[in-house]
Ligand binder design. Structure first.
Ligand code: GLN
Length: 321
């Protein structure tokens, strides 16, 4: 398939998903409800540094839970895998992202992709980076996106004011000995990192940086540690779409992470980063159009990790990129 043919096929997926109007925009963080529910963008970035996009691929929204995957990657690098895994597990929880539950066997949060585990990871980042944690992590996100990113102060303040459930989780983490006191700065770091503004193009480039084992294919810069990327992709594959992760693995078959801002990032190892944005969410908190777009793209281009024709591993070469 040619680059042009590929672009046309992506446009067809966009047209196919555009009429979907199921789901609702997240409003439990009041500021998220100000988004245009109709906006929809798709972007693909290859590990050879090409970007294709359609729709509202430059429309900014907050990264929300997608930050959890990158935070985990940075924590693995800074503290080492053994230390991180003393504080957070890697098992799918089978429960909602904001569930107040811990692994009954270990008393640890189930995994870093749900809120309990993500807040724990933010505690580790604060331990490693101190007061500079937010600047350091934001800079890493920016290097992965190949442009300077910023935090939405309005979304951050909105979540900080209303994040009672996450505060409850934070205090429980202290009580079970997983998080350090004081927990407030850790929670603020978590809220700030959820409030980073990105667009679908950024997600695609951030995904392509992971697909390219940590080196940004657009800048040639090394952003993430190689082994941390491998571990991050593994946990994204099993836990990234919350309690939809099993269905996702079956139907789409690529490591991915969603956020309640409406974004989804997916990675086709050594080939592609994919970013989608559409703010209406299903009952599990995943973007309705985003899930459908990934299903279509995966089917159309054979992106599933276990695609029997292995077409996916060929297609970048086939389109001459
Ligand atoms: N900031 C959001 C929260 O903690 C992130 C959740 C999400 O994107 N699933 O509730």
């Amino acid at each position: 398939m040619s680059g042009e043919g590929f672009s046309r096929a992506m446009g067809a997926v966009y047209e196919q998903c555009l009429p979907l109007r199921d789901g609702t925009v997240a409003d439990y963080i009041p500021e998220l409800d100000t988004v245009d529910p109709e906006s929809f963008g798709i972007a693909l970035a290859t590990t050879s540094g090409q970007l294709l996009s359609c729709g509202d691929a430059e429309h900014e929204f907050t990264i929300q839970s997608i930050s959890k995957a990158f935070n985990f990657c940075i924590a693995l690098e800074l503290l080492g895998r053994d230390e991180v895994l003393k504080h957070v597990g890697v098992e799918p929880s089978g429960d909602a992202f904001n569930a107040i539950i811990f692994d009954p066997q270990t008393s640890l949060p189930f995994n870093p992709m749900v809120n309990a585990g993500a807040i724990t990871v933010c505690g580790l980042l604060r331990r490693a980076l101190g007061h500079n944690a937010v600047e350091h992590v934001l800079e890493r996100f920016s290097r992965a996106a190949a442009r300077p990113l910023a935090i939405s102060d309005a979304v951050y303040r909105s979540e900080s004011l209303t994040g009672h459930r996450n505060r409850a989780l934070g205090h429980m983490l202290v009580s079970v000995g997983v998080a350090d006191q004081p927990i407030e700065p850790t929670l603020e770091l978590y809220f700030q990192l959820c409030s980073v503004l990105v667009n679908a193009n950024d997600l695609a480039r951030m995904g392509a940086t992971l697909a390219n084992i940590g080196e940004n294919p657009f800048t040639g810069e090394s952003v993430f540690d190689l082994t941390a990327v491998r571990d991050t992709l593994s946990v994204m594959f099993t836990c990234g779409m919350y309690d939809y992760s099993g269905n996702w693995a079956l139907d789409v078959g690529v490591p991915a992470k969603s956020g309640v801002g409406g974004g989804v990032v997916g990675i086709v190892n050594r080939q592609l980063g994919i970013g989608t944005f559409s703010p209406r969410l299903d009952a599990k908190g995943n973007s309705v159009r985003g899930v459908r777009a990934f299903e279509c793209l995966s089917g159309e281009f054979g992106l599933h990790a276990f695609e029997f024709t292995n077409f996916g591993s060929q297609f970048v070469r086939d389109i001459g990129m």
